[in-house]
Ligand binder design. Structure first.
Ligand SMILES: [Zn+2]
Length: 287
């Protein structure tokens, strides 16, 4: 999956530090991120030195232009906080964040999605949600503090369930309604305030396809920074033998049962959904 680095680790503990020319710069403009395309067409994030060619004259949001994000595979990543300009060099471009999955290495993709998640948290917390005053970064940990009212704002992660509904030799696959992403997936949804993850799984299945489930069992989790999520994967069994689906057409364009050898899906090695479908195909899902 995305987070399984080919070497090294992710160290995401916050420490105050300033960037050097060779550190990695994460420059985001609206829903796009600044990347460099190499000779083979693969995407990389620019270094601070490269990116600084494009940063001059930009207007800063915070008191300092760069904020340390994390260290991954011995490289330090810094978020750039400023309104972005255009870049005239054709090796560099802003691309939509939704397109990060395809042309980058899996390691680079994980770095970009993680940086994206942290960046969006900063962007959304420039002002205190309680009193409206501007916030300032804490000296010691990743936290925005409001000097006016004392509010302390920590990074937020939204848990979202990925749900493999099974019935004997069959798995329920679905496709989203009204989205660019048109591949098969599985049912998914946010855990709501006040419920357990397992209750969220049962509720989502009932809402989206009108089925009752039992034997809800945890599989694995995965950070999914592009949406600010932690995906938590569960398998569950249909309760009873009635496979009739009542589709929530606002959420899904289709949902169908597929037996193990009929599943029309190839795991890209990125998402928890992909791995869970593959585990079922191979009969290796937890029972
Ligand atoms: Zn406040």
């Amino acid at each position: 999956m995305l987070q399984d680095l080919s070497f090294g680790t992710l160290d995401n503990q916050y420490k105050y530090q300033l960037p050097g020319e060779d550190d990695i710069a994460v420059c985001i403009r609206g829903g796009e991120i600044l990347v460099r395309r190499d000779e083979n067409g693969l995407l990389h994030l620019p270094t601070v030195g490269e990116a600084s060619l494009w940063l001059a004259g930009w207007q800063l949001w915070f008191d300092e232009p760069f904020r340390y994000a994390f260290t991954m595979q011995e490289k330090r990543y810094f978020l750039y906080f400023g309104a972005a300009g255009d870049c005239a060099d054709e090796r560099y471009a802003y691309i939509p964040a939704a397109k990060l999955r395809e042309p980058a290495s899996r390691d680079a993709c994980h770095a970009m999605m993680t940086a994206w998640h942290i960046y969006c948290w900063y962007r959304n917390n420039r002002f205190c949600g309680r009193c409206g005053a501007p916030t300032k970064h804490d000296d010691k940990e990743r936290m925005m503090r409001c000097a006016a009212c004392g509010n302390m704002i920590f990074p937020r992660i939204a848990p979202a369930a990925i749900i493999g509904v099974t019935h004997g030799d069959k798995l329920l696959l679905s496709k989203y309604a009204n989205r660019n992403y048109t591949r098969y997936g599985m049912l998914a949804g946010f855990i709501e305030i006040g419920e357990t993850a397992e209750e969220g799984v049962a509720r989502e299945v009932m809402e989206e396809v009108g089925l009752k489930v039992k034997n809800i069992r945890y599989y694995k989790s995965q950070p999914w920074g592009i949406a600010g999520n932690l995906s938590v994967g569960y398998y569950c069994d249909l309760d009873g033998d009635d496979e009739t689906i009542t589709l929530d057409k606002n959420e899904l364009s289709m949902a169908e049962w597929f037996s193990r050898d009929e599943i029309p899906y190839e795991d890209e090695g990125i998402s928890l959904t992909g791995e869970m479908i593959r585990m079922f195909q191979q009969g290796k899902e937890p029972r």
